[in-house]
Design a protein. Structure first.
Lengths: 263, 787
């Protein structure tokens, strides 16, 4: 790790100010990706702005529209324990990493990092969540822009995520054997206005919605509706842990299982 | 038996108190006054010409004490190889130079180029980034068969090719084997890969070099399984320090699995630098660094042919293996695919003709050397896989096929130069069938099927050769070391005993089990006995711990020394009781005169030895301390039978191990609980190899599995609750304890059981598959299922 300064602001305003001044700064959420990166000397920020002390970014509540609002600095463990009204999301959070990761890692940090194998992007996208930043509100459909890339601007931080709570939902993760990140993860959510199916871990372009599956499930929300549906292996990640064809196959399997679990 | 447990008692491990409470003393816990820290700048290219290493800017960085490069070792030896193999044409192996720091070329990702010594570890690392290294990248040689093709780039320019040796065993059998295969009623052929593994001991390697200018004494604290061997290799062959001026200490060591047998460059560098700088120098390996600097294991590519007659009797075995040496010859690398592999190719079966060919190959990868089992897992895997395939092809029961071909009479001389002293393979298989409830398999199969899961059963046997080994024999086979073991038993005046053993414990529990043996022999509480190991200034020259040799060889040395102690104590007791020595009996820690009520306690005798007022000084010396060196007459041959049941998810290819039963014949057992633990650990590593672990390089020699993000270690939920049994005991006939060794069995015996089970599960579902290469990842299994 290279030497750096660290600031621990207590308000969003102070955090944003620190991130926008002339010093090269990087926001620090739970640090579950950034700290290992720093330890390997793969990043060299002059200053880290820790968001862990910002109380207004913590916690879970419900807004007037009935959406579950989760502060950007809320840990996976707190979501697992506190998102009972949205069981599929609580379950997703409860199965990220291990207890050490869950007690440090945050929802805002995970979404901002947009690791192609992370769980939360699938949850947010399938939920049709709104990503609230210090500057604006971004629909999940507009937020994820590919591997480790999001609509966030430099210095913009996720302060809150608002999740419409679907009628039915489930997340099915098939773990990569080493990292236990999602080799493929599929979040299926049946909303009043339609089904959303979001897939993480599989595509070279990061999290995506599987439109054919959504259309089929809008007809009838059952695993049988998915019969015959498949995705091509082209464009899927192919590595030591699975070929593109295998990942494409797993998407179909995990989607069926998620539908079964949600139904 | 003593109150707190002698031989055969499951005494709790005394060392665990300090390990589990954070009070162990590991090498990284050693911090010497004034120590500097070293960081190694390593090659990020697999192969290249090292034109220059410019340290001028780095040398001026804050805290930098000194930067060493290959040039600093020009007058010093390179790292030695401890085993010279002679090939099938009578030529000795090609043995390349192995510089401490790269000279002229870099040959694998991780090859050390420079060592930066600084006041802090961070400063050393900062300075490493300021070193200008000029390397012209060369094409990397990764695939072994490609490496042997004409025109392949050479890993070592001064060698004639990338072939280290072409070994044939037993060469005199070759023609007969060829003929037997040609004329056999049936030949089963299997090509397979024994996957490359990265050892991943929990404690990464650490070295602390120290030097005393006033006495010219060097000390190396290091994470080693055999400190005396390091002292000999490093002192004599690298740095030119005689043993009496060099102390090597391996304190508590957190796992080795073979990877801490070898003498590594970092140890030599720290020792060398401490003297050059006249201050202690410490290196602590990071986990990432361990992936590219610890010697890897396995990495064989094999074709095996099994010939059978019309009655399904095995008539011949022929194997053709390419064994990866990596870029340099690690300490014992040449012995692993040869003498530790070819000699085990008979397995538990009376195959009359066997021929093993091994081509050892240099590639631009990390050196490969012994890893838990070392050669024996590779032999067992191919043999037990090809037998299962033969059973499939012949339509016979795989257990019956094995039983039919078991060796049943002992001693048994195999056609691959070893003689099994004892064993009872029928008994272990009988026990396994009961322990694993094989008769209940069909019901379990049906239950799995009702849940949509494919269930499979895999059975295999194994034999291994432990307790390496008679020194005169291994000398003939190319070992550049003896393989005896030593022990000094020091009895103190008040009766307490300190045993200094040349064996080394890095998790095996010697402090407990060795004490049980001495306690049992004398009849005193084990709490009166302390086991010391790991310090060349304390223990007599010993060869260390690997190859499941500690209790069989080290324990035997300790028994011999203790026997000498008892013999002398008996003389003293006879004197004290004014009786004839022949009438003296030792029982429960007291000497008595047979047929009388006269007795003296152990403590009375030991006190007399050191306060010899009433003592037969004209006959024996005062004191009670004895040393023994024990050189075994043969290897020991633990053997067993394993059963694995798996479920395969047909939708995903994911394998889960539903049960695993291991029946092992270890001969006599000192501490059954510790033996259980050794088997459990071995099984976890074998299951890890079968399902999870696989070191991968890309075509440019970049390590694809350079961290736990991609290298999958077995975790608790990957393995089942094991059923372990070692009640079938055919004691070893040639060591005093009748023990065989248990450290590697689990890792040797389990991979074929797992693969056999998965293949069985798929075949029961209609697949015609006969083999899948390890690790059986979900992707590989699913892909295989697609046909």
């Amino acid at each position: 790790m290279y030497a750096f300064d660290i600031e621990r602001p207590s308000t969003i305003a102070d955090a944003v100010k620190l991130l926008s001044d002339s010093t090269e700064s990087q926001p620090l959420g739970g640090g579950q990706t950034l700290i290992p990166t720093l330890k390997q000397r793969l990043a060299m920020p002059d200053r880290l702005v820790s968001l862990g002390g910002v109380a207004e970014m913590q916690g879970i509540c419900e807004d007037d529209a009935g959406r579950m609002c989760i502060g950007g600095g809320t840990t996976h463990a707190d979501v697992a324990a506190g998102a009972g009204a949205y069981g599929a999301l609580a379950s997703l959070a409860a199965n990220i990493g291990d207890p050490a990761v869950r007690n440090r890692g945050t929802i805002g940090g995970s979404l901002a990092n947009n690791d192609p194998s992370a769980c939360y992007p699938a949850g947010a996208l399938a939920s049709g969540a709104s990503i609230i930043t210090n500057a604006r509100e971004i629909a999940a459909d507009d937020f994820f822009e590919g591997l480790f890339t999001t609509a966030l601007n430099e210095g913009e931080i996720i302060t809150e995520v608002k999740f419409p709570v679907p009628e039915k939902a489930a997340y099915m993760k098939f773990e990569q054997p080493a990292s236990r990140f999602a080799l493929v993860g599929v979040f299926v959510a049946k909303h009043v206005d339609g089904v959303r199916v979001a897939v993480t871990g599989a595509s070279e372009d990061g999290v995506f919605r599987w439109a054919d599956a959504e259309a089929a499930l809008n007809g009838e929300f059952s695993a049988a509706s998915l019969d015959g549906l498949s995705l091509p292996g082209d464009g899927m990640i192919s590595d030591l842990h699975g070929t593109g064809d295998y990942r494409a196959h797993l998407v179909a399997v995990m989607t069926r299982r998620a539908v079964d679990a949600a139904a | 038996m003593p109150a707190d447990g002698g031989i055969g008692a499951s005494t709790k491990r005394r060392e665990d108190i300090r390990f589990l409470t954070g009070n162990g003393n590991y090498t990284d816990d050693i911090n010497l006054r004034g120590q500097a820290y070293v960081h190694f700048l390593r090659s990020d290219m697999a192969h290249g010409t090292l034109n220059s290493v410019d340290t001028s800017e780095a040398a001026d960085m804050p805290g930098v004490v000194r930067i060493f490069t290959g040039a600093d070792f020009a007058d010093v030896g390179g790292l030695p190889c401890g085993w010279q193999v002679t090939d099938r044409h009578g030529e000795v192996m090609q043995e390349p130079a192995h510089p401490v720091l790269a000279i002229g070329k870099v040959r694998h990702v991780g090859d050390p180029i420079a060592a930066i010594v600084a006041e802090t570890a961070d400063q050393a690392r900062d300075a490493a980034e300021a070193i200008e290294v000029d390397i012209d990248e060369l094409p990397a040689v990764i695939d072994m068969k490609a490496a042997l093709q004409e025109g392949s780039p050479k890993v070592h320019d001064d060698l004639t090719s990338n072939l280290c040796y072409d070994w044939g065993f037993v060469e005199d059998n070759k023609d007969a084997v060829d003929e037997a295969i040609k004329t056999a009623a049936h030949v089963t052929t299997l090509e397979l890969v024994n996957n490359r593994l990265i050892p991943n001991a929990m404690e990464p390697r650490v070295a602390v070099g120290d030097y005393n200018r006033s006495t010219d004494d060097s000390t190396l604290y290091t994470t080693s399984q055999n400190p005396h061997v390091i002292r000999l290799l490093m002192g004599a062959f690298v740095l030119g320090i005689p043993e009496h001026k060099l102390r090597v200490v391996a304190p508590d060591v957190g796992g080795g699995f073979g990877s801490k047998i070898f003498h590594y460059a970092e140890e030599a560098l720290c020792t060398f630098a401490a003297k050059a700088l006249n201050r202690p120098v410490k290196w602590t390996c990071s986990r990432s660094e361990a992936f590219m600097s610890d010697a890897h294991g396995r990495d064989h590519v094999t074709k095996i042919e099994l010939a059978l007659d019309a009655d399904n009797n095995f008539t011949a075995i022929r194997t053709d293996t390419h064994a990866n040496m990596g870029a340099y010859l690690s300490t014992f690398a040449p012995s692993v695919p040869t003498w530790l592999h070819g000699t085990l190719m008979a397995g538990n079966y009376k195959t009359p003709l066997i021929y093993v060919n091994v081509k050892a190959v240099f590639t631009n990868t990390v050196a490969v050397d012994a890893y838990r089992g070392a050669g024996r897992p590779e032999a067992t895997f191919q043999l037990e896989r090809v037998i299962d395939k033969a059973a499939i092809e012949l339509g016979v029961d795989p257990i019956a096929l094995r039983r039919q071909n078991f060796v049943t009479e002992f001693p048994y001389a195999t056609p691959v130069a070893v003689e099994y002293d004892t064993g009872d393979y029928v008994a272990t298989m009988d026990k396994l069938e009961a322990l694993a409830d094989l008769s209940g398999f069909e019901a379990r199969l049906a239950e799995s099927k009702s849940r949509g899961m494919l269930r499979g059963l895999g059975i295999n046997c194994y034999i291994e050769a432990c307790g390496i080994a008679p020194s005169n024999l291994v000398g003939q086979l190319g070992a550049r070391a003896g393989l005896y073991e030593s022990a000094t038993v020091r009895v103190n005046a008040t009766g307490g005993i300190t045993v200094m053993t040349g064996s080394h414990s890095h998790g095996q529990g010697h402090e407990t089990s060795f004490a049980q043996v001495v306690s049992d022999m004398i009849g005193i509480d084990a709490s009166m006995i302390e086991i010391e190991h790991g310090d060349t200034d304390k223990a007599p020259m010993g060869m260390g711990t690997y190859g499941s040799r500690s209790i069989a060889v080290g324990g035997s040395a300790m028994v011999r020394a203790t026997e000498k102690i008892i013999a002398k104590a008996r003389k003293i007791a006879a004197h004290l009781m004014e009786a004839s020595e022949a009438d003296i009996e030792l029982k429960d820690g007291a000497f008595s005169v047979a047929g009388t009520d006269k007795s003296v306690a152990w403590g009375d005798v030991t006190l007399a030895a050191y306060v010899p007022h009433n003592y037969p000084l004209e006959e024996i010396e005062p004191g009670l301390e004895e040393t023994a060196f024990y050189d075994p007459a043969n290897f020991t041959y633990p053997a067993g039978a394993y059963a694995c049941e798996v479920e395969v998810d047909p939708d995903t290819g994911k394998v889960s191990i539903e049960s695993f039963a291991a029946v092992d014949d270890f001969g006599n057992v000192i501490n059954p609980m510790i033996v259980d633990g050794q088997v459990h650990g071995g099984l976890a590593q074998g299951i890890g190899q079968a399902l999870l672990e696989g070191c991968g390089y890309d075509e440019n020699g970049q390590l694809l599995t350079g961290s736990y993000m991609d290298y999958a270690m077995p975790r608790a939920d990957d393995v089942p609750f094991y059923q372990v049994d070692h009640s079938c005991q055919t004691p070893c006939t040639h060591n005093p304890l009748g023990v065989k060794g248990c450290g590697e069995a689990g890792a040797i015996g389990s991979p074929p059981a797992v693969v056999n089970a998965v293949v069985d599960a798929l075949r029961r579902n209609g697949s015609d598959i006969t083999h899948i290469d390890m690790p059986l990842t979900p992707s590989r299994v699913w892909t295989a299922m697609q046909g």
